[in-house]
Design a protein around this ligand. Sequence first.
Ligand code: ADP
Length: 255
Amino acid sequence: MIEAAGVSWRYGAHPVIDGVSVAARPGRMLGLIGPNGSGKTTLLRLLYGALRSATGTVTVDGDRLGGLGSREAARRLAVVVQETGGETALTVGEMVLLGRGPHLGTFQRAGAADHAIAARCLARVGAAHLGTRAFAGLSGGERQRVLIARALAQQATHLLLDEPTNHLDIRYQHEILRLVRGLGTCAIVVLHDLNLAARYCDDLVLLGDGGVVAAGTTDEVLEPKILEPVYGIGVRRLELDGELHLLFHPNEEAT
Ligand code: ADP
């Protein structure tokens, strides 16, 4: 479980996150949604400790994140962020093997079991055939899948992903989110696409200007009357075959 209580962040004088509290519960997938610039990435960075809030606390399974050593933090939190490793000379296989780092001793090299885990994780994201390729030479979608494989190889108890479906075609958008959901690991995912959030997230936090506009189950948050003022667009909600779908109407007056 990851819990943030009263965390804040400002860039210069501009408060982006202001006294925000969120909780990602065991075995559940929490989506962070909101318009561009609403602070989703900033909040995610606070939740994995890349940014340290001057106020409030972030805890992972009850322990303060700031008090965990980097190795222990990496055993608990695996992070997939945009634009990682573009300059690296590593092969794809080596990149995924980096995920084993937190499980190795200081001078210990990856062994056969680590290689097997890395290969299995690469296969799970449909990228087994890329193992010997240079990571830097991959397309955006291929890189994204490899970075997710690296996070899986880390075998952390929590997974945090910043727009993991960016660059992916529609099939892999669904495959990756289904895979993450199927892990049964506590996951926090920044998502742009509200219909992907509808399908895969258990809980959602909707960010607006500086803070949380709504938080609750996906069903509770994805209400037209909640979304319309935040996004400034007309929203219709449909249930088809037991699945929630949203339709957007740019020409309608938002209420
Ligand atoms: P989102 O992920 O919802 O698009 P971000 O967390 O990336 O939002 O950004 C929130 C706000 O903070 C935006 O107004 C953005 O311009 C600003 N911001 C983000 N990163 C920086 C930075 N490094 N320096 C200054 N402002 C930033």
